[in-house]
Ligand binder design. Structure first.
Ligand code: GDP
Length: 295
């Protein structure tokens, strides 16, 4: 995960690690390398530039050059800024509803259905919740079947109405079913398209309005870099979602989406997907991710 970025940052910090005493030129060179590493990771130009500007200001403010271990201090400033950029404190998922309703949004292929199963499994085994999965994809019968397969894998009931072509009514019926049968959490998996399109946006916005979820999650493939960030913006403008799920981090060498998404949509990354199996889910901790990136 993010190997390329880690290697490049490590190289950037080499300049600092080699010196007992460092100069303003060393700092400037390092920050230039840090910026280049972020750009190579597919971080947006402005975000990368603002990042290094903030690090520089902090370094000046803390008189880095006069301290005992200036290199270490600068690396710490970079880490703190990275944590801040990725979201600061850990964000939880809102389970205050009765039942709590979680709506999944995102493009087709982003990993929504897989993640719905992972989250159901996570809430069932880690939080002791009775979870209902709901298949709201009215276009692709295969998508409904896929959710049933996933539900079977994790031992969670799946609600579907294959003949019903109205996503809002399926979601509403599912919630009634959940209330009548003592479910604590309802996870609604919706239809995605290959690209952002108006029909999909209207449909998911209608479902969102009708069921008033406690939590709306936007699922996105981290390997798509800046595209992931742009798609997040389009969905957020429409749904004002609560959090992001970054999938396929196991295959992401660059890390641009993880680093940029929070500052563009101002919503936290809540979970990450790290593989195809049902247990390949992690809560996203910005500080742990920064540690991982900085090695
Ligand atoms: P959906 O169309 O958004 O519901 O996407 P799917 O859940 O069908 O996922 C699309 C593909 O991505 C499937 O082949 C999944 O197995 C795969 N996938 C989903 N999440 C992950 C992940 O975290 N890591 C990896 N390596 N593959 C994933």
């Amino acid at each position: 995960m993010f190997n390329n970025l880690s290697e490049k940052l490590d190289k950037a910090f080499h300049i600092l690690k080699g010196h007992g005493k460092i100069t303003e030129v060393n700092v400037a060179d390092t920050l230039k390398e840090v910026r280049r590493a972020l750009l190579d990771a597919d971080v947006n130009f402005k975000i990368a530039k603002d990042f290094t500007t903030r690090v520089k200001e902090k370094a000046l403010g803390q008189d880095v050059l006069t301290t005992l271990q200036p290199g270490q201090l600068l690396i710490k400033i970079v880490k703190d800024e990275l944590v801040e950029l990725m979201g600061g404190d850990v964000a939880g998922v809102n389970l205050s509803g009765n039942p709590s309703i979680i709506l999944m949004s995102g493009l087709q292929g982003s990993g929504k259905t897989t993640f719905s199963g992972k989250l159901a499994n996570f809430l069932k085994t880690k939080k002791n919740k009775k979870v209902l999965l709901v298949a709201c994809d009215i276009y692709r019968p295969a998508a409904i079947n896929q959710l049933h397969v996933v539900g079977d894998q994790v031992g969670v009931e799946v609600y579907s109405e294959p003949e019903n072509k109205n996503a809002v009514s399926i979601a509403e019926n599912a919630i009634k079913h959940a209330k009548a049968n003592g479910f604590n959490v309802v996870i609604v998996d919706t239809a995605g398209r290959l690209a952002v399109d108006e029909e999909m946006m209207i449909e998911i916005a209608n479902v969102h309005k009708a069921i008033q979820p406690n939590e709306t999650l936007f699922v996105v493939d981290s390997m798509t870099g800046q595209d992931a960030v742009n798609t997040a913006k389009a969905f957020n403008d429409r749904l004002n979602f609560d959090g992001v799920v970054l999938t396929k981090l196991d295959g992401d060498n660059r890390g641009g989406a993880a680093i940029s998404i929070k500052s563009v949509v101002n919503k936290p990354i809540k979970f990450i997907g790290t593989g195809e199996k049902m247990d390949a889910i992690d809560v996203f901790y910005p500080d742990r991710m920064a540690d991982r990136i900085l090695g």
